[in-house]
Design a protein around this ligand. Sequence first.
Ligand code: AP5
Ligand code: MG
Length: 216
Amino acid sequence: MRLVLLGPPGAGKGTQAKLLVEHYGIPQLSTGDMLREAVAAETPVGLKAKAVMSTGNLVSDEIVNAIVSDRIDKPDCANGFILDGFPRTLQQADALAAMLEEKGIGLDCVVELAVNDDQLVERVSGRFTCASCGEGYHDVFKKPKVADTCDRCGGHEFKRRADDNAETMRNRLQAYYKETSPLIGYYYAKGLLKRVDGMGEIGVVHEAVRAILDSE
Ligand code: AP5
Ligand code: MG
């Protein structure tokens, strides 16, 4: 299964992708995670991306397309993948279509997670992740079962993202509405778009996404 998760910052793309990885056994390809790894490792791509990401703007199509093209060539993508945060511009969507066409494959589905802006800001401002295994949490909506202890790996260190602040979030939302939301029409026209109400609880949204994917 080859799937795109589309939605604004904080919509739950990463959260839902991880649940789908567990269920379907195909990898999550998050361009945000890959770029943050490049920033942390101070690679040439990371050095270019760092300043852009800290303002909430989009990294260049050229950089992101190259990262994804390399990644989908890896053997673990042979049976499918879940794209989280890519494509994010019409140019990226066309580049993805060309990459897949070259391999003689295509997308099966694009799931749009619809969440209102107030809820997005609340989700992003309460987000934190385990520093060891990357499990995602929220101050209100998804607390670790035992305080300060990761449910998954037992780690005690957590981190927050540098771009999860009010000003950067405003820019990220603007970038979404300006650059990424046109993809809703783009994929609708191709008959691939499925819209899911992302306002429900994490498990409820997961069931709704699964129901769509299992009926494909
Ligand atoms: P990226 O890392 O992709 O960030 P984003 O799109 O802003 O999305 P988020 O990761 O913030 O949100 P999410 O939808 O994954 O939500 P999550 O599941 O964590 O990109 C970061 C930056 O990298 C960009 O700004 C850009 O600069 C660059 N970049 C990345 N890709 C690029 C591309 N293709 N082109 C150009 N530049 C690119 O959930 C959020 C919180 O809410 C969590 O705490 C979670 O626990 C909680 N939560 C989730 N679901 C629910 C629910 N249903 N109910 C209650 N709480 C929930
Ligand atoms: Mg994410």
